[in-house]
Design a protein around this ligand. Structure first.
Ligand code: ATP
Ligand code: MG
Length: 429
């Protein structure tokens, strides 16, 4: 088959979002955005593509994301660029570049596409969407708690709180982890015979990543392994304990999961994940944690503490659809405008503009095309409009217009000049 004849299709793992799904997406996004606004977080918009170095330096060379999932290519000037696989690195880069962190707190959120070359399956795509939050300049567990409480509020508002669980862990500092890594490695070396080649490879390159392995053999071996929590210093322990206290006080339930680590290198101290068992194996809908060293690592002048999370929107939408389908409100049409021929259509278009001027919130749709009035009215019913406006030859001649309540069948004949007043009475007063 020649290229010209090939059927055009979206790239594997990259989805179109079509109505009415796009409406559900919008309703979910607006719910989250409203909560963010009331918590005084500001939107930040950053490029979808950055230099490859940024992600390598931020995420870490020996991570799944950098090793095998990035969309990386040379641009026309032979500079290596990468479609963002996550949003934190870009936020930090932007903050450093524009001096946003000097003695300042920042509370940001972003929303948009991320790209990872993974095997597409339910809840895992190559282009997916995240809503992320990043807070800079605050050291304490209080802000960690605020982020967790805010996510709990998201779930409550979306009606899914009973279907998700919070998992929490502390992964300490880089030094604490490297001491732990040594003893974990020793332990794993002893049990090497039972490990697969893949696990051994990982053990040498990034042994901590083995902790959240889904491999049952690995999980069984790890049950006897030393725990990271035993290697935390007092400060890390205190941070974690205080966070737990804050959450207890606020009545948020959680499970401390000593095996929870994150797939990106920059995290320290608090890490958390919201998981569900209603989506099969892609159960994590939100993941986050603290990353106090990243700003400095990316060239920031002073050390700026930071904490954030990202929600996987595809998984969130799937979950809302599954466990709370009533969340979706199919948008109602207020008025459907029916007109008989071109003369009345011209008048309808003009009147519709007047209505939009006076009642800008009104949802108004005009019928186009040459169908008979009866056919137009059945279109009005099909899109669940509440009222139909009808303009035919007869009405035009007398400068009148019919308004029909499609729910009750009640019909009124009005002077066209009284229409706005009439609509005002129905919809505003
Ligand atoms: P997973 O373990 O599922 O691969 P991850 O640890 O790689 O997730 P993060 O980098 O922490 O994921 O991203 C935060 C959230 O973004 C995840 O919890 C998930 O909801 C979502 N996410 C990550 N990768 C994908 C993907 N390929 N498709 C859809 N959503 C994704
Ligand atoms: Mg992943």
């Amino acid at each position: 088959m020649t290229d010209v004849m090939k059927k055009l299709q979206a790239i594997r793992g990259m989805n179109d979002c079509l109505p009415p799904d796009s409406e559900l997406w919008e309703q979910i996004e607006n719910t989250l955005k409203n909560i963010l606004a009331t918590h005084c977080y500001n939107e930040i918009r950053i490029p979808i593509i950055e230099t490859t170095t940024l992600f390598k330096r931020a995420i870490g060379e020996v991570t799944d994301v950098v090793e095998k999932e990035m969309y990386t290519f040379d641009d026309r000037n032979s500079e290596s660029v990468t479609l963002r696989p996550e949003g934190t690195a870009g936020c930090v880069r932007a903050g450093v570049e524009h001096g946003l962190f000097h003695n300042k707190e920042q509370r940001f959120w972003y929303i948009g596409s991320m790209f990872r070359y993974e095997r597409p399956q339910k809840g895992r795509y190559r282009q997916f969407h995240q809503l992320g939050v990043e807070v800079f300049g605050l050291y304490g567990p209080d802000i960690d708690a605020e982020l967790i409480l805010m996510t709990a509020r998201f779930w409550k508002k979306l009606g899914i709180l009973n279907y998700v669980q919070l998992e929490l862990n502390s992964i300490g500092s880089i030094e604490e982890r490297s001491r732990y890594r040594e003893s974990l490695l020793k332990f794993l070396e002893k049990n090497k015979a039972q490990l697969t080649e893949e696990a051994i490879h990982r053990m040498h390159k990034n042994s901590l990543r083995l902790l959240d392995s889904k491999d049952q053999v690995v999980q069984k071996i790890l049950a006897d392994a030393p725990l990271l929590s035993e290697y935390l210093n007092d400060e890390s322990k205190q941070h974690f304990l205080t966070l737990c206290q804050f959450l207890n006080e606020s009545g948020i339930s959680y499970r401390v999961n000593p095996y929870l680590v994150r797939g990106l290198d920059y995290y320290n101290k608090t890490v958390f994940e919201w998981v569900t068992n209603h989506l099969g194996s892609q159960g994590a809908i939100c993941a986050g944690g603290r990353y106090d060293g990243l700003v400095e690592q990316l060239g920031g002048k002073d050390s700026t503490p930071a904490v954030g999370f990202a929600i996987g929107l595809e998984r969130l939408v799937l979950l809302v659809k599954k466990v709370n389908p009533d969340f979706y409100l199919s948008p109602k049409l207020d008025v459907y405008f029916v007109s008989e021929n071109n003369t009345s259509r011209a008048k309808a278009i003009k009147l519709a503009e007047k209505i939009r001027d006076s009642l800008p919130q009104l949802k108004l749709k005009l019928h186009y095309g040459k169908q008979k009035i009866s056919k137009q009215l059945s279109s009005a019913n099909k899109c669940s409009a509440t009222f139909a406006l009808i303009l035919g030859e007869n009405e035009i001649a007398k400068q009148k217009i019919v308004i029909k309540n499609l729910l009750t069948g009640e019909q009124n004949l009005l002077m066209q000049e009284d229409l706005i007043l009439f609509l005002n009475k129905i919809f505003i007063e």
